[in-house]
Design a protein around this ligand. Structure first.
Ligand code: FAD
Ligand code: NAP
Length: 343
């Protein structure tokens, strides 16, 4: 276990931001974590997974601890589910593929999401109509100050739309060490969402399987989203805003093309990408989509994704997000919330 000082975090965040960490170390089990947190007990601490949902706007004047706890274990099974525990440091997509190979169903729609298993409960990751909540069983987390290991059930996590207790009242208090999933022995297929069915058809799939769905999702994502290895980004920068039905109806009458879906509580979810697409940096009608200022920009295929063309600073990306936020507020009266964690 090596503690490094003043190192660049560039290799550790998919935005490719060159911020420095005052101290940095990796841990691969709870003993190493305990030792490190004792060593740095007076420092503010940031737990890092794959760095794919983070924007560093300045150097981190504290201790960055990279969670490298690995391991996948089949715990037990019942008539419906197999219960599988994975270390927080396991790469998410590798874990998804591991389960698909064994025909354990539930994760296929969540294929190719960057990052690690440990961060998946943080924002209740979701894509193509499935959320972590649908496959989650429990997790083990270590409390920084009490130095206790606590098990969280699904109810304890208070999952919401890209949200959990770890983003709110327990923010920065726990380190997630392992996550246990309950996966279906007889998979249920979710293909009704957006582009999945057309892609399955294009692929010529005759017999549906979780592998085929995973491949379809991989194809769609590869064609639409920027690969962080090639261009810096953290996926969707903002959440899709959820508004009251009245507000949605009034927007629909003014902007008939607006994209909206019903969600729980008789409310409507608006597609943030569409809202951003209708706004721009000036009054000339130019859209944010494809916009570039220095090395900070808005991805040409999806306005919801902010990108770093190479040497943008976190402050530049953040200030672009601020301009976008204000333009959407001015045009639609809707306030976007950032999904990416800002440090
Ligand atoms: P990090 O960025 O390292 O951390 C994110 C937050 O979680 C930080 O606040 C960090 O402190 C905290 N954290 C991380 N690990 C732990 C831990 N073990 N214990 C406690 N706190 C921890 N997200 C989706 O929901 N759906 C998508 O479809 C999706 N697509 C994406 C596509 C692209 C191209 C990219 C770049 C990102 C996408 N994301 C998506 C966002 C991101 O991949 C996920 O949120 C992912 O779960 C983040 O994992 P990570 O390990 O990189 O987390
Ligand atoms: P898309 O399919 O173009 O759809 C645009 C938006 O409309 C999405 O945000 C989605 O909401 C919503 N939507 C589409 N069909 C829906 C349906 N049948 N029911 C309810 N909502 C629907 O979106 P995309 O940008 O290509 O992304 C595809 C999927 O990957 C989405 O689920 C998206 O969340 C996920 N993704 C997430 C990130 C991230 O960083 N969080 C990055 C890339 C992709 P939802 O977002 O609620 O699904």
């Amino acid at each position: 276990m090596k503690v490094q000082e003043n190192i660049s975090l560039r290799p550790y965040n998919t935005f490719g931001i060159d911020a420095k960490a005052r101290y940095f170390a990796k841990f691969k089990d709870i003993d190493e974590l305990e030792e490190l947190t004792t060593h740095g007990s007076r420092l503010t601490t940031l737990i890092l997974g794959g760095g794919s949902n983070i924007l560093f706007t300045k150097d981190y004047d504290g201790f960055v601890l990279k969670n490298d706890i690995t391991g996948i274990e089949e715990l037990h099974e019942d008539s419906e589910y197999v219960y599988v525990k994975a270390g927080a440091g396991e790469n998410w997509h590798h874990f998804v593929l591991y389960c698909i190979e064994r025909n354990w169903g539930g994760l296929e729609n969540l294929s190719l999401i960057p990052g690690n298993v440990g961060a998946s409960p943080m924002q209740n990751i979701g894509a193509y109509g499935v959320e972590l909540d649908d496959v989650f069983n429990s997790l083990e987390a270590y409390h920084f100050h009490d130095k206790k290991l606590i098990t969280f059930t699904k109810a304890d996590c208070e999952f919401g739309y890209r949200d959990s207790v770890f983003k709110k009242k327990f923010r920065d208090q726990f380190v997630i060490l392992t996550v246990t999933f309950q996966l279906r022995k007889k998979p249920i297929f979710h293909t009704s969402y957006g582009a999945i069915e057309p892609e399955l058809e294009r692929m010529g799939v005759k017999e549906l399987s979780i592998k085929a769905i995973s491949n379809a999702v991989i194809n769609i994502r590869t064609s639409k989203l920027p690969d962080p290895k090639l261009i810096g980004n953290a996926g969707s920068f903002f959440k899709n805003p959820v508004v009251e039905i009245d507000k949605c109806q009034s927007l629909q009458s003014k902007f008939p093309g607006i994209i909206a879906y019903p969600v729980a509580g008789n409310r409507m979810k608006l597609a943030a990408g569409w809202l951003i697409d209708q706004c721009g940096p000036d009054k000339t009608g130019t859209s944010w989509r494809g916009f570039r200022k220095g090395d900070a920009g808005c991805y040409e295929k999806q306005a919801l994704v902010l990108i770093n063309y190479g040497n943008a600073t976190g402050k530049e990306i953040y200030s672009l997000s601020e301009e976008i936020l204000l333009s959407v507020k001015e045009k639609f009266g809707v306030i976007l919330e950032r999904e990416v964690n800002i440090f």
